[in-house]
Design a protein around this ligand. Structure first.
Ligand SMILES: Nc1nc2c(ncn2[C@@H]2O[C@H](COP(=O)(O)OP(=O)(O)OP(=O)(O)O)[C@@H](O)[C@H]2O)c(=O)[nH]1
Ligand SMILES: Nc1nc2c(ncn2[C@@H]2O[C@H](COP(=O)(O)OP(=O)(O)OP(=O)(O)O)[C@@H](O)[C@H]2O)c(=O)[nH]1
Ligand SMILES: [Mg+2]
Ligand SMILES: [Mg+2]
Ligand SMILES: [Zn+2]
Ligand SMILES: [Zn+2]
Lengths: 208, 208
């Protein structure tokens, strides 16, 4: 059986288990440096008294992201993959063993920074969210369509610097909507706070 | 034999062939949206009468990058990989069959936007160049070390907006030098032109 097939089976098992326990699981994907961790830094701080969240962060190397997310009242586990270009259901399972999931309403998984490979690996998540920053160029959704097609929500990040970098926001929105017509589209800045409340309502809606 | 092993064999064959013909081959890697195509747009225009260059561009979907590079006096071939997360030696070979390499001094390959997988696939190149933009965050070299370790040159891009995005340039330089101490470090902006001449001298040096 293929690696992909075996992962799909394990992910399906996890999805069933999550549904039975009522745990909402979010899989956050994007390019390196699109602002996944910055979004979670702000989210954990602001939602500390609104939602009980746990986090699994995947990276090739370092625990930089996990350390940035510590001390915000949420359990955080870092997975280092070595060279592996995506998290898979097996790695997520091992990370979960290091956590007490029972008090949690939501588990957020920050995937390895990669707009390609994570698209093919189901983690059993309730929802998949793709981030794309205003600095990457408006054609990225068209050039990396698979990961956008499979997203339940698409978040445009770093909108505070959209003007400074001359981003074509209209084109970016159009391109996202072309490849992911049914995805919820959000636009925000973890730095300025603009658009964050809509993101928080989305999370609370998932956990309802 | 593994996929990686078979690629290594084919790449070694190509490397030998390139050396015999005197063709310099550059493999350019980076995250999606770090400015690979923008760098090549400017390079092909400015070096039109200085260096005979051909280009192979790899993307999952679209020929957007190849179209941006047309009409600058260099032959350009687009490879679309479908879902494949990196170019390999076989894809490069097929693309080369569509080109007349004989008049060229240099073949530049723009790899799929991905800071992980391309690190493992030798293309038989003379030199590998990794790009990292000031918008991605200064810890990216530490978090994606393999692709930086195997680079002959590291190019910091988009320096024209470094100040606007509050980039920590000192930290970024330090981190690049930590994982790639022997790589040539360049800093430039395809938009303003700053630092481009050093990049051109690097290319001319390779082709000498
Ligand atoms: N201006 C601005 N910069 C931001 C924003 N969010 C993140 N950044 C910057 O973008 C860079 C990358 O942010 P990260 O949070 O590390 O991105 P990431 O997606 O987690 O990166 P990886 O986990 O390595 O793939 C950092 O320099 C951040 O300061 C934002 O809303 N506005
Ligand atoms: N300010 C500024 N923006 C730049 C510069 N170079 C590229 N950009 C912008 O960055 C975005 C991405 O540029 P691309 O050239 O498409 O990047 P890429 O690495 O080729 O992207 P992929 O091939 O899709 O991986 C575009 O919006 C460019 O206009 C630069 O030197 N300065
Ligand atoms: Mg991160
Ligand atoms: Mg490109
Ligand atoms: Zn992969
Ligand atoms: Zn790969």
């Amino acid at each position: 059986e293929s690696v992909l097939g075996r992962n799909a089976e394990l992910a399906a098992l996890h999805r069933k288990r999550f549904q039975e326990s009522g745990l909402r699981v979010l899989n956050i994907v994007s390019s390196p440096g699109s602002g996944k961790t910055a979004l979670l830094e702000r989210t954990l701080t602001d939602l500390r008294d609104r939602l009980r969240i746990g986090v699994i962060v995947g990276d090739l190397q370092t625990d930089n992201d996990a350390r940035r997310l510590q001390g915000k009242g949420a359990p955080v586990v870092q997975v280092t993959t070595g060279g592996y270009c995506h998290l898979d259901a097996g790695m997520v399972a091992r990370a979960m063993e290091a956590m007490d999931l029972r008090p949690l309403q939501m588990l957020i998984i920050e995937n390895v920074g990669n707009l390609v490979c994570p698209a093919s690996y189901d983690l059993g998540e309730t929802a998949r969210v793709v981030l794309v920053s205003v600095t990457e160029g408006e054609d990225k959704p068209l050039k990396y369509p698979v990961i956008f097609e499979r997203a339940d929500a698409a978040v445009i990040t770093k909108i505070d610097i959209a003007e400074a970098v001359g981003a074509d926001m209209e084109a970016l929105r159009r391109n996202i909507q072309q490849v992911a017509p049914r995805a919820l589209l959000l636009e925000l800045s973890s730095r300025s706070g603009q658009g964050m409340e809509a993101w928080y309502r989305y999370l609370e809606g998932l956990a309802a």
